[in-house]
Design a protein around this ligand. Sequence first.
Ligand code: BGC
Length: 442
Amino acid sequence: MAFSKDFLWGAATASYQVEGAYNEDGRVMTIWDILSKGKIRNDDDGKVACDHYHKYKEDVALFKKLGFKAYRFSLSWARILSDEKTINPKGIEFYNNLINELIANGIEPLVTLYHWDLPMWAYNRGGWKNPEIVDWFATYTKVAVEAFSDRVKYWITFNEPQCFVGIGYVQGTQAPFEKIGDDELENVTTNVMLAHGKAVKTIRAYAKQPVKVGFAPTCSCIVPKTNNKEDVEFARQATFTPDGYDAFNAGWWSDAIVLGKVQKGMEFLNKVDINDICQPLDFYAYNIYNSANQGSEKYDWHKKPGMKKNALEWEIIPEVIYWSAKFLYERYNLPIIVTENGIANVDFVMSDGKVHDPQRIDFIKTYLTQLKKANDEGVPIIGYLHWSAMDNLEWSIGYLARFGLIYVDFTTLERTPKDSAYYYKQVIESNGENLDFNYGLK
Ligand code: BGC
């Protein structure tokens, strides 16, 4: 079965990773500006990043040239509101300009409300630990929806709660770099879930046209050892059943948010009304890179010396996108959008002035082949947004990891589409039918 004719082909970015202009036009500080000092590899920071804030027109022109039909980006809460309730007109203006530019170029905007750049004013009042954040987030959502929903149809509340909670608050290697215990994890989880639920209600209440709403967790998918029924069932259970306080597990977030179901071990959610968390969603968006098999004693059956890995040593197992799409659709029964998928690669401008990245082409080809298989088997996949549109600040790893289809020279800020971008353009032109084009020849 072919991908649907209005399939959302494109790529994604996030505000802190690309925008720069960190102190311009009334933007206030975020936890990434302030708390990451000394914690990002090479002392990199997001002060300039890709300077997308000033170069958005050039970027959108490139997206159009590369055939993107959709662009997923996140709004910076700190650009839109300078405190709990004061609107920053310049921040609204920037996103209005970006959205208008996308639409003028025939590119569908998908907006993420929160991709990890919590404003410092909110952090200083307890951040995700303070239940009041549910209302602060709703206020921000209302402002954004009132400003942009006449043109923006696709709304995503949170990007990967697994990571900003699991890495930011449990492992402590991303902002706000904290290591909380189980009680605090229960509290933070509850606040994030309630903020999601209230944001969904707010989006629907204030939207200026019929909108589609979802959230974008990552999928900690366990790939089955074999295709035997028992192995598949075992992997499915492991994918959705948290083993203790495991905020990375897919079921930890999605069972409550999508199904209104309180998982065993998550009875702390019974303190609140589950209907304030579980609001009807229109799609299930998720980000997928590698499997959760890697590094786990119980599930690491792919491991072998010299296996395919990306530049960050994440295992490359294309089947993970097939199994995750299948598992997620079977369990949550919503149309699927892959909101991130990509590869960190060792890319550089070569002596011929081009960026040849055959690894990324092969990655896209093999992952899309698997996604197509899920689509062929009846999983309604409605979009694929590659991570990332352009190289950007990879959080604590700084500018080392390049995930972009477009190469960015972080000294001159010059953009160079990589071979993979031209390959992907051809894939889009064929609506994903033909994945076998000559690599990068243009
Ligand atoms: C995040 C992105 C990040 C990417 C690659 C996802 O976890 O949403 O912000 O850059 O993965 O690590």
